[in-house]
Design a protein around this ligand. Structure first.
Ligand code: FES
Length: 149
């Protein structure tokens, strides 16, 4: 009993080879497009940084200003004593806002933008709230650790 093996002809081999080259070429063309459409998420390193002792702050009083990951930020206590921290870059054009305890707002001198103590916009052109930092209270010592999602 003899078994017949299908024979690969030269033509079939060349067609196979062309198909393979075409598939590889197409993959090479599509890879950058797919990578653009689905970028690899950047690893956000949420550095933990000590900011202040909570006992040194008063609700809606003076802010503690500091740099977090090379950007100016400030920490205040809300009326109920909840600590809140924000990057101070205005969400309009990036001017640095300043906490005004007498008016209980973060004020932007560039175009008159104003943000409430919780970072929400209360006046002016800023389109979004201030970027909030996550505050961690460890036995009365306040740290910031990344941003609030
Ligand atoms: S940059 Fe702050 S209001 Fe325009």
């Amino acid at each position: 009993m003899t078994e017949e093996h299908p024979r690969l002809t030269r033509r079939a081999f060349l067609v196979y080879l062309l198909g393979l080259a075409g598939a590889l070429g197409l993959a090479g063309l599509l890879a950058p497009i797919v990578r653009y459409a689905y970028p690899v998420a950047k690893a956000q390193v949420a550095e933990k940084q000590k900011v202040a002792e909570k006992s040194t702050l008063t609700p809606l009083g003076a802010a503690v200003t500091f740099d977090y990951q090379e950007a100016p930020a400030a920490l205040i206590l809300l009326k109920d004593g909840t600590p809140k921290a924000f990057y101070l870059a205005c969400t309009h054009f990036g001017c640095i806002v300043k906490w005004q305890p007498e008016n209980t707002i973060f004020y932007c001198p560039c175009h008159g933008g104003a943000f409430a103590p919780d970072g929400t916009v209360v006046a002016g052109p800023p389109p979004k709230p201030l970027v909030e930092l996550k505050v961690v209270d460890e036995g009365g010592v306040l740290f910031v650790e990344g941003t609030v999602a």
